[in-house]
Design a binder for this molecule. Sequence first.
Ligand SMILES: [Zn+2]
Ligand SMILES: [Zn+2]
Length: 356
Amino acid sequence: MKRIVALVVLVVLAGGAWMFRGPIALKLSDRAVATNMQADAVAGLPDGLHAFVCGSGSPLPDRTRAGPCLTVIAGQRVFLVDAGEGAAEVLSGGGIPAGRIDRLFLTHFHSDHIDGLSAVALQRWIGSAATKPLLLVGPPGVERLAAGFSEAYAIDNTYRTGHHGAAVAPPSGGGFAAQAFAMPAGQDSVVVLNEGGLKVTAFRVDHGPVDPAVGYRFEYKGRSLVVSGDTSANPGLVANARGADLLVHDALSPVLVRRLKAAATKAGQTNRAKILEDIINYHASPEDVAREAKEAGVKAVLLTHLVPPLPLPGLDVPFVGNARKLYDGPLWLARDRDLISLPAGSTKIERKRLGR
Ligand SMILES: [Zn+2]
Ligand SMILES: [Zn+2]
């Protein structure tokens, strides 16, 4: 009898909750929206260098990872390195206001590194009523890219200004501007920004046949972080990563990619099998990165641009392989919304995850 009463009560309660699910969802949504509207994860950060992962994926579709994107925060200045598909969404989820983006450094012009640019630029423009277009800094070719993207979105920009007004969407703030840098003759690196205690150096990497391709070293108040861009193992990376607090490096597992290739071959997908073979030698393996990190004496490693996707828990084990035996420091696989902090005036390296 008691059981029947309990069951009836449960059914009535469940029915009540079902009836009120709309108002309950609205209440929860209002609360989440109010929190998101005020979100500014940058304002609360201590002075120092910070790396926020706004995309840890690759060109291979991955539901859990946006395309390649790293936010570098120096003091209160916010920079992006590349913007793959979904980057704007991850920035929003982590509470990083796009309106804060100072400029965006490009490592190279592969589609997976640029196909989130338009969404980032739109959020920045509208989010801050920006009066200047988003500045893209990169190797030669960046001017063509900026002009092309600007042209592609020129019509849309007129709609935004026309609809919301010039105070909200100033016509001068839509689209992209470009600042190209070239390596001085005989050199493989060049300082591309040096102000307010922040120094950013671009350096050549090896992503052949893709050329130019660069990485970036950020130095601020005694802390340093290096972003490899896409590269295979190469001495230039080691030289430019020397002594860095954090190395953010692309990583491809030949073991896992070869398994995909075998499946593609078996399925008669010869094009896909060829591509999977081609990509192996222009990215570093986790073991390559571990060896380079040790040689360069970096304090921590964050592997990103993970190829292939890792849809099952446990796949990180074959992905990492022997890398952790080759390198003593912390070696992490990046997740979207990871934040690595390097506070000024300390040797601390802290890792946490922002937002939802
Ligand atoms: Zn690439
Ligand atoms: Zn890539």
